[in-house]
Design a protein around this ligand. Structure first.
Ligand code: NAD
Length: 496
């Protein structure tokens, strides 16, 4: 039987070109459900040409018209949420409530993008010198591209596309080949909302498509989200090719628990943030650092709550946690748990033994490991699975030092009732996003998302005002009208 094929979306229509293909799995079944076309240089070139042609008119459109399209896009997305949530659930495996949550956070970025006339306002300084005014205007870059990971098939593309488009650019999206369908829906709905066909294109594929994007001279900027090794390489290759690049990488997020923290909030937060989406979130809590003498109260409560986590497929309305993305990834998570165990860690809850872990679906049960040390690979690497590591620190200073020594720096959270301790943490922790009694501090759309160190290569974070700055360039104009103070001089011009 011929399997469905997910194609590209170029110039406002579905396109299938070339003969390279990849499999798309339903991870809950452990079965290939369709295939996806892989773009080559010609396909990427066609997408860039379409984006360039559409951008020429769009970049000249009034702010009002662009804003209306963004409002219409927001409404259409809402009306089609079920289709997108279903595509995410089938190809990624996350449960329906979680998929709906990521979609809602993505739509928030579209809502923020609707404020484009406000955000794109220039600056004006009157009379910087006699008869001279100065002002700054922001212009779109032209054609920009986004390369996205498997773990947020809708939200991460929506971190990029709405801002890039609202700022007046054409956009080429290369989603993860593991979850190709949601991206096509997002692009189709933009055209249905009145966006010019060709402005928002999707090219499916693997490294070859990425190389074509990085090598294409008409692509002026690249936003990337994925693992650290790839993010670093995209940043280096993209900037060498003269492009503006923001490349968000992996993470190892710590949750520091002080003795005065609310125990109920601690255990609820740890379970939700470590095991939601099977730990396949760049803001998942991976390490809990217990500060001082607190006995085993948190671990007992967390282990008890883990028993109640219902593991199942996206089609099970009561399921809270789905499978991992591939069989190979399940193997990798299992081997990191085995390595920690072999090095003396204490496996308090073992996801390898979960009832669902032996089936054809790529399930792995929630796992809790105490006695973890910084030498263990489970600590050194991003696990990206439902595994919570537990470490100890004598005091807050030691906990902060531990977190700050880690090469990743996406998010970090503190749980405490002390304002002074929280303030010290916020000021000294070396992470891009910080939570105070909030385990997953993903910024709202009108702030910007991004980490430090190995979690982000580049300068500007995504969405919020930094997103608009990333996708525009500023022109500073100095003007004189009316002949006032016009005497020319060979000296370097000063203001008076
Ligand atoms: P990945 O790096 O394997 O893939 C990301 C994208 O890059 C995909 O589109 C993929 O096709 C492409 N790609 C993969 N290997 C490549 C290569 N060698 N050369 C060029 N392109 C390549 O990441 P993933 O497994 O899809 O996603 C999970 C990772 O993404 C985790 O590390 C997670 O922490 C990270 N992530 C980070 C953030 C963040 O905001 N910092 C958000 C979500 C996910």
């Amino acid at each position: 039987m011929t399997k469905d094929l997910v194609g590209h979306y170029i110039g406002g229509r579905s396109v299938v070109e070339g003969d390279r293909r990849g499999p798309v799995f339903n991870p809950a079944l452990g079965e290939e459900v369709r295939q996806v076309a892989f773009a080559d240089g010609d396909t990427v070139g066609a997408a860039v040409d379409a984006a360039e042609a559409a951008q020429a008119g769009w970049g000249e459109e009034s702010l009002a018209r662009r804003q209306r399209v963004m409002f219409a896009y927001r409404d259409l997305l809402q009306r089609n949420s079920d289709r997108i949530v279903a595509a995410v659930g089938e190809e990624h495996g996350k449960v329906a409530g979680d998929a709906a949550g990521e979609f809602a956070r993505g739509v928030e970025v579209v809502e923020f993008a609707c404020s484009l006339p406000q955000v794109l306002k220039g600056q004006f300084s009157e009379s910087v010198s006699r008869g001279v005014d100065a002002y700054t205007l922001r212009f779109p870059l032209g054609v920009v591209a986004g390369i996205t990971p498997f773990n947020f098939p809708a939200m991460v593309p929506l971190w990029m596309a709405p801002i890039a488009l609202a700022a007046g650019n054409g956009f080429v999206l290369k989603p993860s080949e593991k979850v190709p369908s949601a991206a096509v829906l997002l692009a189709e709905l933009f055209v249905e909302a009145g966006g010019p066909p060709g402005l928002f294109n999707v090219v499916q594929g693997d490294q070859e498509a990425v190389a074509e994007i990085l090598g294409h001279p008409k692509i002026k900027a690249v936003s990337f989200v994925g693992s650290t090794a790839v993010a670093r390489s995209i940043y280096e290759r993209g900037t060498q090719a003269g492009k503006r690049v923001q490349a968000l990488g992996g993470a190892k997020n710590h949750m520091v628990v002080l003795p005065d923290a609310d125990p109920e909030l601690v255990s609820d937060s740890a379970v939700a943030a470590a095991f939601g989406s099977s730990g396949e979130r760049c803001m998942a809590i991976s390490v809990m650092v217990i500060v001082g003498e607190q006995g085993e109260k948190h671990l007992d409560a967390i282990a008890a709550k883990m028993e109640g986590v219902r593991v199942g497929s996206a089609l099970d309305p009561r399921a809270e946690m789905g499978p991992l993305i591939t069989a190979a990834h399940r193997e990798r998570v299992g081997s990191l748990v085995a390595e920690a165990e072999a090095k003396g860690a204490n496996i308090l809850v073992d996801g390898r033994k979960h009832a669902m872990a032996g089936g054809p679906g790529f399930f792995f049960g929630p796992t809790l490991i105490d006695g973890v040390t910084v030498e263990m690979e489970a600590y050194r690497q991003e696990i990206f699975g439902p595994v919570l590591l537990v470490m100890r620190a004598r005091d807050l200073g030691e906990a902060i030092e531990l977190v700050n020594r880690n090469p990743y720096a996406n998010g970090a959270a503190i749980f405490t009732e002390s304002g002074g301790a929280a303030r010290r943490f916020v000021r000294t922790i070396d992470s891009g996003m910080v939570g105070v009694n909030v385990p997953i501090p993903v910024p709202v759309a009108y702030h910007s998302f991004g980490g430090f160190k190995n979690s982000l290569f580049g300068d500007l974070h995504v969405h919020g005002e930094e997103g608009f700055r990333f996708y525009t360039r500023a022109k500073a104009v100095t003007q004189r009208w009316g002949g006032e103070g016009s005497a020319a001089t060979l000296h370097f011009v000063t203001n008076n």
